[in-house]
Ligand binder design. Structure first.
Ligand code: PLP
Length: 399
C-alpha cells in the first residue's frame, strides 16, 4: 500500500495569521440577531411605527410620485442629493445645504465621526447609559473616555456639574443623546442651553445625537438642535427613529463646521460612497413632511401610553414605571427576585415577548442599574404583547 500523498501544506508565505482584535461585540445587535425577527412580539423596538413606500409617497406631490417610478438607479452624490440636503437644511434654523453630509444610517455617521475625531491622546465625555457605539467607538479608537451617569433618582437628569468635572484639557468631544435611548430622558431647555455654553466656553465640540427629536411627550419641550446653537457643534440625525423609516438607512451630520464635513466625506468614500438613490429620494419627502410624520408617530405613542400605564399599574409590585419624556423607549425597573436578565430571557422563551435586559446596557465607564429593561412604546397595537406579559407575570409569583 502506498503511503498517503501529503496535502499541499502551508506555502512559504506568512499564512492567514490570527484575526486582529477589532471592535467588541455590539451587545444589542448580537441579541437582536437572535431574537428581532423570531420573537412573536417585538416590545423593545427603538423606532416608531413604520410606513410603506406608498404611504410615504402619498405625502409627496404627483410630480414626485411620477419621478420616483422613473428614478434611474445610478450612484448619487457622496454628500447626499441636493434635494435631500436642501430638505434637511430647512429643518434647521440656521443651516445651508452645504452644512449637511448624509450617511447610511446614523451608524455610519457615528462610526466615522468617532473614528476620526477621537483617537490616541484625545479625551471624550459620553453620557451613560447609552447606545453602545458612542462609547465603544472612541474607546476602540484609542481615546480616553469618561462616562457621565444620568441621575436615575431624578428622572435620569443630566448633571451639568458632572459634565464640567469630567472635562480635561484634552477633551475634544462631549457626546450626548437626547431624547435618550434607553431612558427616554430629556433635559429642560435651560440645562440644554447651559451645556452648549459650557462646551463653547471650554472649546469642546458638542456631538449631539438627536435621532429621537420630534417625539417629545410634550412638543413644547422639543429642544433646539445643537448645530443651530454653536458653530462647532455637530447634530446627528437619521430617518430611522422619530420618522420610523429605518429601512431607508438615511442619516446625516449637520454642522456649520464645513471642514469637518469635508474630512468625513473623504472617509465615506471608503465605506458606502453614497446612499441608495431611492432612499434619498423618499427621505427628502419624509424630511420635508416631517411635522406630519412626527405628529402621526406622536399620536401612536399617545394612544399606546395609557395601555402601558395600565399594565404597570396592574403589576405595581413587580415594576417601577415612568413613561419616556421623549422618544419611544423607556427603561423601567424590574423588582422580581429572579432578576431582570432571567425575567427577559424566560419571557421571550415562553411567551415570545422581546425586551432588552439591563445587561445589554452595561458600560465600561459607569455602573448602569442592573435591574432595568428597555421597552418600546412606538409601535402600533402593543395589546397582544402586553396581554402575553400579563399571562407571564400572573403565572410567576413575584418570589
Ligand atoms: C441613540 C441612537 N443613535 C443612533 C442609532 C443608529 O441608528 P441607525 O440604526 O438608523 O443607524 C440608534 C439605533 O438604535 C440609536 O438608538
Amino acid at each position: 500500500m502506498s503511503p498517503p500523498t501529503p496535502g499541499p501544506g502551508p506555502g512559504p508565505g506568512p499564512g492567514p495569521g490570527p484575526a486582529r482584535p477589532t471592535l467588541p461585540p455590539f451587545r444589542l445587535e448580537v441579541y437582536f440577531s437572535r431574537w428581532e425577527f423570531t420573537a412573536r412580539h417585538h416590545l423593545t423596538a427603538s423606532d416608531a411605527q413604520t410606513m410603506t413606500i406608498s404611504q410615504l409617497l402619498a405625502l409627496g406631490t404627483d410630480d414626485e410620485r411620477a419621478a420616483f417610478d422613473e428614478l434611474p438607479l445610478g450612484y448619487v452624490e457622496t454628500w447626499g442629493t441636493p434635494r435631500l440636503r436642501e430638505a434637511i437644511a430647512a429643518s434647521y434654523d440656521t443651516l445651508e445645504p452645504d452644512d449637511v453630509l448624509t450617511f447610511a444610517g446614523a451608524d455610519e455617521a457615528l462610526y466615522w465621526m468617532l473614528q476620526v475625531f477621537a483617537g490616541p491622546g484625545d479625551h471624550v465625555v459620553v453620557t451613560v447609559p447609552n447606545y453602545q457605539a458612542i462609547e465603544t467607538l472612541p474607546l476602540a479608537a484609542g481615546a480616553r473616555v469618561t462616562g457621565v451617569l444620568l441621575d436615575e433618582r431624578d428622572g435620569w437628569r443630566l448633571d451639568l456639574d458632572a459634565v464640567r468635572a469630567a472635562l480635561r484639557p484634552r477633551t475634544r468631544l462631549v457626546v450626548v443623546n437626547f431624547p435618550n435611548n434607553p431612558t427616554g430622558a430629556l433635559p429642560d431647555r435651560a440645562t440644554w442651553l447651559a451645556l452648549v455654553e459650557l462646551c463653547q466656553e471650554r472649546g469642546v465640540r458638542l456631538f449631539s445625537d438627536e435621532v429621537y427629536r420630534g417625539l417629545e411627550l410634550d412638543p413644547a419641550r422639543t429642544l433646539p438642535q445643537a448645530a443651530d446653537l454653536a458653530p462647532s457643534a455637530v447634530s446627528l440625525n437619521v430617518l430611522s427613529k422619530a420618522y420610523g423609516l429605518p429601512g431607508l438607512r438615511v442619516g446625516w451630520l449637520a454642522t456649520r463646521d464645513r471642514d469637518l464635513l469635508r474630512t468625513l466625506e473623504g472617509h465615506k468614500h471608503y465605506t458606502t460612497i453614497c446612499n441608495a438613490g431611492p432612499s434619498e429620494f423618499l427621505g427628502a419627502i419624509a424630511v420635508r413632511e416631517r411635522e406630519r410624520v412626527w405628529a402621526r408617530n406622536r399620536a401612536i405613542i399617545a394612544d399606546n401610553l395609557p395601555r402601558f400605564d395600565a399594565f404597570f399599574a396592574r403589576h405595581a409590585g413587580r415594576f417601577e414605571w415612568a413613561p419616556p419624556q421623549g422618544g419611544c423607549v423607556a427603561f423601567p425597573r424590574y423588582l422580581g427576585a429572579d432578576g431582570v436578565e432571567a425575567f427577559c430571557r424566560d419571557l421571550v422563551e415562553t411567551e415570545g415577548v422581546l425586551l432588552l435586559p439591563a445587561g445589554i446596557y452595561t458600560s465600561q465607564l459607569a455602573t448602569v442599574p442592573g435591574d432595568r429593561f428597555r421597552i418600546g412604546v412606538g409601535r402600533r397595537d402593543p395589546g397582544p404583547a402586553l396581554a402575553a406579559m400579563d399571562r407571564f407575570v400572573a403565572a410567576r409569583p413575584a418570589g
